[in-house]
Design a protein around this ligand. Structure first.
Ligand code: SF4
Ligand code: SF4
Length: 547
């Protein structure tokens, strides 16, 4: 049992709005007429398409092969026919477009052959590869591949399963823990083994009493050292560094990762997906999504990946005064510009917003340097400094002040009395820096290409010159070789010398006769018969010619 909990710096206590959607069990969302499954499932890597239009696929069948170390495979989330490959917007703040496989479901929901995978019977690397082929990624936010987060099986003392779910309105993890506690803990036990941890802690905010009770009940049947810990409800307790701090007291310094301090975190949804993959041979093809906000029927639904948001919204019934939709929570989520965007592995919540529920912010006022934002910042940053640098487009300075440690939790903007949309400024600065890095990379690549072209042209020139020189040398060697051979032959054998001399004479005579005939032929005119060719035919009895 852990001795005590620790405090993290900053944080806020917004209204939680959890009750709206957490009371009903998870329901299955019906399949849409078309699923759009992006081949790029995260900003880090895209998968290579394995199917063609017209092809029939089964639920769980691989339709994309993950590429590179950060790649994971992509699967059909139901059975049906591939009806096209088309670009689609990703459910990501980057707004990136990606190629997607469009599947028309056949309504049978027919699985591939599923077989349990014994991760203990194979080398650890093979078990990690298997998770990658099942498309398992972090389902809490960033979508980082699980096989990478499992590292090399050494150096992790504490595994943390994140059930904090600190963002207001979102309840999908809460419902998953209430209804699938045993499966979540089974997945946690597998992760525990694969990462080689000494202990596993499951952190759950204390506003989820039913989830805590269900998880404790399930943990009582486990032999693995797993502890369910209720942590104080304070946003953003579910941030990785904040949760590590609360549970272990370890303060992760700027620019460092939990793994450097012997701690690794996985979301409860990820643990559940690992359980399904190992014990049932099921790739990750669906997830629980909260539908809430300004809707008539809020709740949680098991949704096939690739289901368009607009199809899903029909289940919740948005009210007429809904003016926009958010994907994710109100603090860290993004406004969805296009409702055809498909549900992905990290899409945990859709919120219908109305002016009454989410009033537009008052106009932005000048910063009064009150310091409230710094007191609220859980990452121990100075948001007002970052704001000044971002506003002045001095992004280099913002980077120096640890801009990339900002988790975009929105706590600073929440408390700012001047209503400054601080996170928007920080996102702008980050995207500027990424754009500059991309440009730098592109110009470096262009320079490398130019230098390589010059090098290749030089090399080809040198190779050509060397070839010509070699050929000339070969010809010279041949000529001198044949002359020497003739001399040698003549010297060796008097009979051969006589023959050679006769040949030379014959050639000389033929040449003389040819020049005479050419002259005569020329004199006879263009239609006169040419005897030259006849004379060149060797006579069968001419010993000079046949010898
Ligand atoms: S809270 Fe707002 S007004 Fe106060 S220092 Fe921060 S940015 Fe400025
Ligand atoms: S958004 Fe960034 S700067 Fe603002 S409180 Fe959160 S971590 Fe700190």
């Amino acid at each position: 049992m852990i001795a005590r909990l620790f405090n993290f710096h900053g944080g806020i206590k917004p209204d939680s709005h959890k009750n709206e959607s957490s009371s009903l069990p998870i329901a299955n969302a019906p399949l849409p007429p078309r699923l759009t499954i992006p081949l790029r499932q995260s900003v880090r890597s895209a998968a290579r398409c394995l199917v063609a239009p017209g092809q029939r696929v089964l639920k769980g069948e691989r339709i994309g092969a993950g590429e590179g170390p950060l790649g994971t495979d992509v699967h059909a989330s139901t059975s049906g026919t591939v009806v096209g490959l088309a670009p689609c917007a990703m459910a990501h703040a980057s707004g990136l477009d990606t190629l997607a496989v469009v599947i028309e479901p056949d309504g049978k929901d027919e699985w591939i052959e599923r077989r349990a995978f014994d991760h203990r019977a194979v080398p650890r690397d093979a078990a990690l590869r298997y998770l990658s082929t099942c498309g398992i990624v972090g389902m809490g936010g960033a979508g980082f591949p699980t096989h990478i987060k499992l590292g090399n099986g050494r150096g992790i003392e504490t595994l943390i399963i994140n059930g904090a779910e600190c963002e207001p309105w979102i309840t999908c993890d809460d419902r998953l823990m209430r209804e699938g506690a045993a499966q979540v803990l089974s997945g946690a036990a597998i992760l525990h083994e694969l990462i080689g941890a000494r202990r596993t802690l499951v952190g759950i905010e204390d506003n989820k009493r039913e989830a805590i009770a269900a998880m404790r009940e399930a943990a009582a049947h486990l032999t693995a050292p797993v502890e369910i810990v209720a942590i104080p409800t304070r946003y953003p307790a579910g941030g990785e560094k904040q949760l590590i701090r609360v549970l272990t007291g370890i303060e992760i310094a700027h620019g460092k990762l939990g793994t450097e301090f012997g701690v690794q975190c996985f979301n409860v949804g990820t643990a559940h997906a690992v359980h399904r993959a190992i014990h049932y041979g099921e790739p990750l093809v669906s997830r629980v999504v909260t539908l809430t906000g300004n809707v008539s029927h809020p709740g949680n639904y098991e949704v096939a990946l690739g289901t368009p948001v607009e199809t899903l919204l029909a289940l919740a019934g948005p009210k007429p005064d809904t003016d926009r939709y958010l994907m994710g929570g109100p603090m860290m989520g993004i406004t969805i510009a296009d409702l055809s965007v498909p549900i992905g592995k990290t899409s945990n919540c859709i919120i219908a917003a109305s002016p009454a529920l989410f009033p537009p912010p008052p106009p932005e006022l000048p910063c009064i340097r009150c310091g409230a934002c710094a007191r609220a910042c859980p990452a121990d940053l100075q948001p007002f400094e970052l704001y000044w640098f971002s506003r002045a487009k001095n992004v280099g300075k913002a980077q120096e002040y640890h801009l990339f440690d900002c988790i975009e939790c929105g706590s600073c903007a929440f408390v700012c009395p001047s209503h400054i949309p601080l996170v928007d400024y920080f996102r702008f600065s980050k995207s500027e820096i990424w754009a500059r890095e991309r440009e730098l990379k592109a110009s470096d690549q262009a320079r490398e290409r130019f230098e390589f072209r010059n090098y290749r042209q030089e090399r080809e020139k040198e190779e050509k010159a060397a070839k010509l020189a070699a050929k000339a040398a070969e010809t010279r060697a041949k000529l001198s070789g044949s002359a020497a051979a003739t001399d040698t032959a003549a010297a060796d054998d008097p009979k051969k010398a006589l023959i050679a001399a006769a040949l030379a004479r014959a050639k000389q005579q033929a040449a003389t006769a040819e020049s005479g005939t050419a002259a005569a032929s020329h004199a006879n005119g263009p239609g006169a018969p040419d005897s030259t060719n006849r004379r060149e035919q060797p006579h069968p009895h001419d010993s000079d010619a046949t010898s």
